[in-house]
Design a protein around this ligand. Structure first.
Ligand code: SF4
Length: 365
């Protein structure tokens, strides 16, 4: 027993050193790595959740030029925050960031806290993101377990089983923690992220180029392609969505704000609904407009079809130019007019934004 513990200790010490040695020459340059400002690091970590580095880079700069610190974010209108997030997806991240900034501003002197526990208590920050912020911004010697770390650690120690199951996850947290040497929390977190992003890839790990291969249990046992186990692909549902396009003579388009909780919450979209089985697109549109706006839609013609894949489903969005009959479009907080040039402060879901572009293209013909 004692011997195997010693062997394990030797192994983790060797891996940590090799990992940090590799990181010194292979670290990926990123704007958010050039700062120690906890606010900027927090924003970057939230943006990077389920989103690629290349996608995040321009959003990060724009977002920070609009909201340079906790207080400016807390004082901003949610609409403006969502607008700065438009196109980045997973909008609950933006809503939570805004809420968390409000909490920090009201109760913590607008400072980002430095401990995992305090960070985890904020909306939108899970244990791994809390660990990443604590390690990267404050140099805390704490582990992370984001998607990359999960895969790297599972392979290094040949931890079999579903890494998202409670039992396996507990083992992975322990293994991840064992890699963190005193005073090296920041570099270890970044190194694990980078190794997972460029060497220990999900589909075809580049073991031949890996600095850890001589101590990687999966590589030594030929298990690198089966750890973590492939997840069975879920059938992605598809929905036909019909949208009513109401256009004013000046070209402005009528939009409604989506409920703040739930998918694409707080964004502005065309009044729309899902087509039921057996329903024609036109019938679905008339029904949806009646339910949402309490007016009758007089359909003129189809003005655009957009296909788009969200994270858990795909849609085909059919936009129909309409006029109203038997009532007026609602006016007030939950409704608005997107100016004819398409700009303004409205944040739209990607599919609706594409539909706006099609409508403009059609109008410009
Ligand atoms: S040897 Fe292969 S499986 Fe092991 S950590 Fe390196 S890339 Fe990943």
């Amino acid at each position: 027993m004692k011997r195997s513990t010693e062997e394990y200790q030797r192994k983790v010490v060797w891996i940590s050193a090799a990992l940090l040695g590799w990181f010194r020459t292979a670290a990926r340059p990123m704007a958010w790595r050039e700062t120690r400002d906890p606010y900027r690091i927090w924003v970057s970590e939230i943006m990077l959740q389920q989103t690629r580095v290349e996608t995040v880079a321009p959003y990060y700069e724009r977002f920070l030029s609009k909201f340079p610190d906790v207080r400016s974010l807390a004082n901003a209108r949610l609409d403006d925050v969502l607008k700065a997030w438009e196109g980045l997806g997973y909008y609950s991240r933006a809503r939570n960031l805004h809420r968390a900034a409000g909490i920090l501003s009201a109760r913590h002197g607008a400072e980002v806290p430095c401990t995992v526990e305090a960070l985890e208590a904020l909306p939108g920050i899970g244990r791994s993101t809390a660990g990443a912020i604590a390690a990267i911004a404050f140099g805390a010697d704490v582990p992370i377990l984001d998607a990359n770390a999960r895969r790297v650690v599972a392979r290094l120690f040949a931890v079999e089983g579903d890494p998202r199951s409670g039992r396996v996850e507990r083992i992975l947290w322990k293994r991840s923690a064992s890699l963190v040497r005193r005073g090296k929390g920041r570099d270890t977190a970044l190194a694990v992220m980078d190794l997972g992003a460029v060497v220990c890839l999900p589909k075809a790990p580049r073991c031949k180029e890996c600095p850890l291969r001589s101590r990687c249990s999966s590589y030594l046992r030929g298990l690198q392609d089966s750890i973590p186990p492939k997840r069975t692909k879920k059938v992605v549902p598809h929905h036909d969505i019909v949208a009513g396009v109401f256009r004013r003579p000046d070209g402005a388009l009528f939009l409604m704000r989506r409920p703040s909780d739930g998918l694409l919450g707080g964004l502005w979209a065309f009044p729309s609904g899902r087509r039921d089985p057996g329903e024609t697109l036109e019938d679905a549109l008339r029904r949806s407009v009646r339910e949402k706006l309490q007016v009758r839609a007089v359909i003129q013609r189809e003005v655009g079809v957009v296909r788009h894949a969200y994270s858990h489903y795909r849609i085909t969005l059919h936009g129909f130019l309409c006029e109203t009959s038997g009532g007026a479009l609602p006016a007030g907080e939950g409704s608005g007019w997107l100016p004819g040039h398409g700009e303004g402060t409205f944040a739209l879901p990607r599919a609706d934004r594409k539909l706006v572009e099609l409508i403009h293209r059609e109008a410009g013909k």
